[in-house]
Design a protein around this ligand. Structure first.
Ligand code: FE2
Ligand code: FE2
Length: 333
């Protein structure tokens, strides 16, 4: 469902004298602490609003750009069944983007503004979608690892303090769970297949393992948003905690597939009961985020082309809305 952009914040969010403001902030934090949901027209600190606009819009952009690496394989899926599953999955990602743009709009930013930021290259989206998908196994690896990492990140967001975001995430997570299983099943088929198929699966794991770990964002020591977001209950776990959960969950799955995680330093730590990984190459992560990943230019060019080609649809929808309004007005007169 489309939600109209609210270009002004709620009427209760007027500039308040300092003492009133402190009282409002205390009340707001008490509601968050009591696990009450904050709704669009409730008073909220401006920094909370801005943090959510940034996070939700980046999340929405990631879903929309995330359609591209797999969309690339729709025409080449190895069977009709695989093709229909992949179409459904890519369509789900588009739907996730739309729920999230709607959730961001409730905070006072318009969809058009968010789109313009994406198309201008000034908005961030998940670095993972700037990697290419050269083989069918990459589609499997994306479902298994990228959607798997997304679930790990997103399940705690179902309990986020901001109502519209948390409700959108409940639906999104159900669909991500299907995505993860379809990806794992592709990998399983390849891993149980011919030697060439096994090698294809291993090569895809080699390509996607490290970028998947980077999806959780910078290490806690370098992350600027952790502490405040945790206090506001937007974030429930730190980047490193979520990354660790993902590793602990995924390594046994790779073992089951008979594939090798491309990390010579990966080991089971008996004392902590966790897998320990080697060092992540944060230089690569920063480069991809800055726009120097293998497919950054290609992804943005595809989004810009889609926006231009969709111009007539937006114009037709506006013309239809104007006609409807005129007709309703005439009928009421
Ligand atoms: Fe998604
Ligand atoms: Fe997904």
């Amino acid at each position: 469902m489309y939600t109209q952009g609210l270009d002004s914040p709620g009427t209760v969010d007027l500039p308040a004298p300092a003492a009133d403001r402190q009282a409002l902030e205390r009340r707001f934090q008490a509601r968050v602490d009591a696990e009450e949901k904050i709704e669009p027209k409730d008073w909220m600190p401006d920094a909370y609003r801005q943090t959510l606009i940034r996070q939700i819009s980046q999340h929405a952009h990631s879903e929309i750009v995330g359609m591209l690496p797999e969309g690339n394989w729709i025409t080449r899926a190895p069977s009709l069944l695989r093709k229909s599953i992949l179409i459904a999955k890519v369509q789900d990602e588009g739907g996730h983007g739309l729920y999230l743009y709607s959730a961001a709009e409730t905070l006072g930013v318009s969809r058009d503004e968010m789109f313009q930021q994406l198309l201008a290259g000034t908005a961030k989206y998940s670095s993972i979608f700037n990697y290419p998908t050269p083989t069918w196994a990459d589609v499997g690896a994306i479902g298994w690892l990228v959607d798997g990492a997304a679930i790990m990140n997103q399940i705690p967001l179902c309990r986020c303090s901001y109502g519209p975001y948390s409700r959108a995430m409940i639906r999104v997570c159900k669909e991500e769970s299907f995505h993860q299983r379809q990806g794992f099943e592709i990998m399983l088929r390849l891993a149980r297949g011919t030697t060439a198929q096994q090698q294809m699966a291993q090569a895809a794991l080699n390509r996607w393992w490290w970028p998947s770990l980077m999806m959780f964002g910078p290490s806690d020591t370098d992350s600027t948003h952790n502490e405040q977001s945790t206090r506001w209950k937007i974030k429930r776990f730190t980047n490193d905690e979520l990354r660790q959960k993902f590793v602990d969950f995924t390594v046994p799955q790779a073992d089951f597939l008979g594939l090798k995680i491309p990390d010579p330093k990966l080991r089971w730590d008996e004392a902590s009961q966790h897998y320990r990984c080697g060092e992540i190459d944060w230089t690569e992560f920063k480069n991809v985020l800055k726009g120097h990943g293998p497919c950054n230019q290609e992804r943005l060019a595809a989004r810009r082309r889609a926006y231009e080609e969709g111009q007539w649809v937006r114009e037709a929808a506006l013309a239809h809305a104007a006609k409807q309004k005129l007709r309703t007005g005439r009928a009421a007169a």
